[in-house]
Design a protein around this ligand. Structure first.
Ligand SMILES: C[S@@+](CC[C@H](N)C(=O)[O-])C[C@H]1O[C@@H](n2cnc3c(N)ncnc32)[C@H](O)[C@@H]1O
Length: 270
């Protein structure tokens, strides 16, 4: 079934958010839906890179999906590099699923909470792609296990996920300011690599490192908010704590802290 980009996302089964935090994540992404694409610079670059990786792959029949697809940056990038591939876009945020530039082709969308695992229709998948989404799930490693087990023999996993070494400047400033680090607890890259290796043959396994010095704590936090990525299980800082964070947000001019550690995996089920 192919739906037009403007059509409402279809729900295969009622997929209520599994926890209050999942609901908060969804609300934050919903609020950012109108400006997501204009602000998601690193996500766009990674989507392009993953799409490029898909170009030479021999992909069999069977379901293909972009997991945590959001506005479809990755699904569209894959379709640009491989016009023969039209991925089902899964996400639990309807507002993001329905946001699409007019030139986008119509691909099927499914409103689905990935904390519940994958829907039955993805059993025997020939391609599971996901970018910047796995870290939002409650148990990223467990879900990755399940994604790998849903692949058909010869099926591909194409994955990018930010990992625990990210946000150095933020962590350092929070420690110096003696305020909680309110970022998401990102998964350890080594854990995800181990999980993937248990079932899949890794053809590419890279830890991409993006470093950037940010002069202002508030500007940095606003950038996260612009893409809806501000939800935090540890809550928000008070205005006084934010001021303290800003005061300590001053790395030496020579120091260029790691902003993103992104694990990139291309793997195949033997
Ligand atoms: C940073 S965005 C990335 C979107 C897209 N993959 C990209 O690269 O632009 C994270 C996405 O994960 C989705 N997400 C978070 N938790 C989810 C869940 N439990 N089930 C399904 N999608 C989820 C969000 O709605 C959002 O679309």
């Amino acid at each position: 079934m192919v739906e037009t980009p403007r059509a409402k996302a279809r729900s295969a089964a009622p997929a209520p958010p599994t926890t209050a935090f999942s609901e908060r994540v969804r609300a934050c992404f919903s609020g950012a839906a109108p400006q997501y694409e204009g602000s998601a610079r690193i996500q766009r670059a990674i989507a392009w890179r993953l799409g490029h990786l898909c170009q030479p792959l021999a992909i069999g029949p069977g379901p293909r999906a972009d997991l945590g697809a959001g506005t479809g940056l990755l699904a569209r990038s894959i379709a640009q590099h491989r016009p023969d591939l039209n991925l089902l876009r899964l996400d639990n945020c309807q507002a993001l699923l329905e946001t699409d530039p007019p030139e986008a082709g119509g691909s099927e969308r499914l409103l689905w909470d990935l904390n519940l695992g994958l829907p039955a229709q993805l059993a025997g998948a020939s391609l599971l792609a996901s970018s910047f989404a796995l870290q939002w799930l409650e148990q990223p490693r467990l879900q990755l296990d399940q994604w790998a087990s849903q692949l058909a023999r010869g099926g591909w996993l194409v994955l990018a996920v930010p990992c625990a070494a990210s946000f150095q400047q933020w962590r350092q400033a929070a420690e110096l300011a003696n305020v909680p680090f309110t970022g998401l607890a990102l998964p350890q890259a080594s854990d995800l690599i181990n999980a993937a290796e248990r079932q899949l043959k890794l053809l590419r396994c890279q830890r991409l490192r993006f470093s950037r010095r940010r002069p202002q704590a508030l500007a940095f936090l606003r950038e996260l908010k612009a893409i809806g990525a501000q939800a935090s299980p540890t809550g928000q800082l008070s205005p006084a704590e934010l001021r303290r964070l800003q005061t300590h947000w001053t790395p030496s001019p020579l120091d260029c802290p790691l902003e993103w550690e992104v694990l990139l995996l291309l793997a195949r089920k033997p």
